[in-house]
Design a protein around this ligand. Structure first.
Ligand SMILES: [Zn+2]
Length: 248
């Protein structure tokens, strides 16, 4: 039985001379792997639509537990991101993070919508790379069931403090009065805290509809990266590479 699925191609693996196995983030089935026979032949109908960073409509069927792509049609390509080393590195990190945090065979509309939204903002240069990365990390943590505790002080329940101290390993936050100066923590100014609270709770379509200063963005970025790295439980190679090229 053939099924249509809309999905973003996250990465591909060449098999033999002409075939590809692609990893796809789909709305209906989360992360899936698909075999594309003949995909590397330039004249093949699915040549462009099965490239990484392409959002495509795939017609698939199952054979021996594997999805096989029968037809593929491009809906939107983000492949032009590969023209910039830094933007391409960020897109690869976001794709790998999606693979790490999205379940297989489970409906994953939230993850797909978030990644498409972030790639759209990135490819059009609508926000800084640093901010896009932080929004993606924080919101992905929420969608994957790891809501950061950024609402109240974990010590006294206070909502308000000039600086709050977020502990990414413990997922706790302390106000100035409760913080004893210990542990590896991320300080959050009022601006950074307002931004992170917004990202956690915003309507998915309005996730970038806020403004934040450059200084607060730096705090937000540190907090987001450390928290997500703790959730994943390792430093991803694509993150190391992004951090390398973005500081060159
Ligand atoms: Zn407190």
């Amino acid at each position: 039985m053939k099924t249509d699925m809309d999905g973003l191609i996250l990465r591909d693996l060449t098999v033999g001379d002409k075939d590809r196995i692609i990893t796809v983030l789909t709305k209906e089935k989360g992360i899936i792997s698909c075999y594309v026979k003949g995909a590397l032949v330039v004249k093949h109908h699915a040549f462009a639509a099965t490239k990484p960073l392409t959002y495509s409509r795939l017609c698939v069927y199952r054979n021996r537990g594997m999805y096989i792509v029968d037809q593929a049609e491009t809906i939107k390509s983000f492949y032009s991101l590969s023209m910039s080393v830094e933007q391409f590195a960020l897109s690869q990190y976001m794709c790998e993070l999606a693979i790490e945090t999205t379940p297989a065979e489970i409906e994953s509309e939230g993850q797909l919508e978030l990644l498409l939204n972030c790639l759209h903002i990135l490819v059009n240069g609508l926000k800084t790379d640093e901010l896009i990365k932080a929004v993606f990390e924080i919101r992905m943590s929420v969608i994957s069931g790891n809501m950061p505790n950024v609402i109240y002080c974990s010590g006294c329940g206070s909502y308000d403090s000039d600086t709050m101290y977020f502990d990414p390993a413990a997922n706790t936050m302390l106000c100035e009065k409760c913080f004893g100066g210990e542990g590896i923590v991320c300080p959050l100014s009022r601006g950074a805290l307002t931004a992170v609270r917004y990202i956690v709770t915003a309507d998915p379509k309005k996730i970038f509809s806020f403004s934040v200063s450059k200084e607060s963005t730096a705090q937000l970025a540190q907090c987001a990266e450390m928290y997500m790295t703790n959730i994943v439980g390792k430093t991803l190679k694509t993150l190391d590479y992004y951090n390398f090229v973005s500081t060159m």
